[in-house]
Write a protein that binds this ligand. Structure first.
Ligand code: ARG
Ligand code: ZN
Ligand code: CA
Length: 258
């Protein structure tokens, strides 16, 4: 088992009326996130029996920052009035700079920056992979309709799992089907204990599902956080994914740990 670590978080809400995402909604999102990253989520029991022993516990907890970069007291939430909607170009960089209608990052070596805004083109979220992008751009962006489990969140993405998924990417996880969706079965997520999978799944599948990359039971692992199913239908990271995230955290993002 890993040592439990804590990562300080700042949430930047960038909207025409940023008060629509309340402090309570942010706290609800953080609570859900912590359950998922401590493998304490109630729906873990819905992982199929054959894969129960593969469930991983990242032992990462997240807390809202108590101090600003200048050392002033804060609740770890900033609000910026902006009429902009944001494309996911370059991991959503425009929301990360005041000069383009966004909010500047707090030192990304010390804080995990999360931006909540209106993303264009039906994207729910986007993340920076380790080693790509400038320090000022590190962090994740989540659509305000897919953030948290109350307030502005809308079904079927109102159980906080967009942030769980995006933080998987932030800690170096690929999608469970790999990087492409062309069913070649050669492209993998570089994690041993997740079955090969041809392409993404949507909505809320059930039962054993197979495809041409994994043609036999127990089939593909569509209920993994790194697939595209609805929030209520994704339930876990595997041990292999957890190992990969912890390695990325310790080697690439170690300065975030407290
Ligand atoms: N990367 C995906 C997107 O931008 C996020 C998928 C999140 N899935 C979810 N059930 N919340 O669309
Ligand atoms: Zn993704
Ligand atoms: Ca795999």
């Amino acid at each position: 088992a890993f040592n439990r670590v804590t990562i300080p978080v700042v949430v930047h809400i960038v909207l025409p009326d940023p008060s629509v995402v309340t402090d309570e909604q942010v706290l609800g999102q953080l609570a859900t996130l912590n359950l998922d990253f401590l493998a304490q989520n109630a729906d873990l029991s819905q992982v199929p029996q054959v894969w129960q022993n593969l469930s991983g516990n990242p032992e990462i907890q997240f807390c809202l920052a108590a101090r600003t970069p200048d050392g002033e007291p804060t609740n770890g939430i900033t609000r910026t009035v902006s009429d902009r909607t944001f494309p996911i170009t370059r991991a959503g960089f425009e929301v990360k700079f005041a000069t383009s209608g966004g909010a500047n990052a707090w030192d990304s070596d010390k804080y995990l920056n999360i931006w909540v805004c209106e993303l264009r083109d039906n994207y729910l979220g986007v993340a920076t992979f380790p080693q790509l992008y400038e320090p000022e751009e590190q962090g994740v962006v989540v659509h305000y309709r897919a953030f948290g489990n109350s307030g502005s969140a809308r079904p079927p993405f109102n159980q906080g799992r967009t942030l769980t998924h995006e933080l998987g990417h932030f800690f170096y996880l690929y999608h469970i089907w790999g990087n492409t969706d062309n069913n070649t079965c050669t492209d993998d997520d570089n994690v041993e204990d997740t079955p090969l999978q041809g392409t993404q799944n949507y909505d809320c599948p059930s039962g054993v599902l197979t495809d041409n990359c994994t043609p036999a039971a127990p089939g593909i692992m569509y209920m993994n956080y790194m697939d595209y199913v609805n929030d209520g239908c994704m339930h876990f990271f595997t041990a292999g994914q957890t190992e990969r995230m912890r390695t990325a955290l310790e080697t690439q993002r170690g300065s975030l740990m407290q």
